[in-house]
Design a protein around this ligand. Structure first.
Ligand SMILES: [Zn+2]
Ligand SMILES: [Zn+2]
Length: 264
């Protein structure tokens, strides 16, 4: 069984897919996906997102503001209140994305720091998005004691030195379907070095469909393709990769009662 550690179930284009949310989850379960973490990108849309997934026991939620969606100052009280809900197992996604304009860097940094503060207060791990902002990401994590709440660098596409610094802070690294792309050689080399007990897998659906589904709307069922690819890359069986990444997920997000034994 596997877990999709990061998907945006409220952002799927159900008309284009010709499927309901129920059917999307069903298809994923048919592909051995047994748990889903539905990730929030704005506080405004969070209540509606929570409402959509609330009836599914195998779907957990995060609460936070994506760095590219952080238009003004973070409302830290609102984040704390919304995140203080038993369905919410993580804070984020937050982080830094410097790929686009420079103007938002300061707003992103303050928001990121605020998320870390709330994560430490509520003792829920962070989901960190980081792109083209390696040193600032690590600096802010250290300055605000992100190692106390822990978390994951999701959809990781940066280099090994950055992965190593995050691992040294006790963080996990989550890999999306980007690793299956032809031009992802550098990332594939990084994935080979990530210890098995710190690795998570995700789709980040509806974005970034893995090979062989490129160009289609991504969905949680495709996390199986990511799992097969990474198992091959790391020279382990699919079963071993599935079990280890699932157990990593449950232990990081304190869903330990769902962990599987190590029987093969
Ligand atoms: Zn992200
Ligand atoms: Zn995301």
């Amino acid at each position: 069984m596997i877990v999709d550690s990061h998907c945006h179930l409220d952002r799927l284009d159900f008309d284009k897919l010709g499927l309901s949310l129920e059917e999307v989850l069903h298809n994923a379960r048919q592909k051995q996906v047994e748990h889903f973490l539905c990730v929030s990108v704005t506080l405004e849309q969070f209540p509606a997102m929570l409402e959509k997934i609330s009836r599914f026991d195998d779907v957990s939620a995060s609460c936070g503001v994506h760095p590219l969606d952080q238009k003004d100052k973070l409302d830290i009280d609102k984040l704390r209140n919304l995140a203080n809900n038993e369905k919410v197992v993580a804070i984020g996604e937050t982080g830094l994305d410097y790929y686009y304009s420079k103007e938002t860097h300061q707003v992103q940094q303050e928001s990121f720091a605020g998320h870390i503060e709330v994560a430490n207060q509520l003792q829920k791990p962070l989901i960190i998005h980081t792109r083209d902002a390696k040193s600032d990401t690590i600096d802010i994590m250290k300055a605000h004691n992100a190692q106390n709440c822990g978390g994951v660098l999701h959809c990781f596409t940066e280099d090994w030195p950055m992965a190593k610094q995050a691992l040294d802070l006790g963080f996990y690294i989550s890999i999306s379907g980007i690793v299956t792309f032809k031009n992802a050689r550098a990332l594939q080399d990084v994935v080979k070095q990530i210890p098995m007990d710190r690795l998570l897998i995700e789709t980040d659906s509806p974005y970034l469909a893995p090979v062989p589904h490129r160009g289609k709307t991504n969905q949680p069922a495709y996390v199986q393709d990511v799992a097969y690819f990474i198992a091959d890359l790391k020279g382990v069986s699919y079963k071993e990769l599935a079990q280890q990444t699932s157990n990593n997920f449950y232990s990081l997000f304190n869903l330990v009662n769902r962990q599987h034994g190590s029987t093969t």
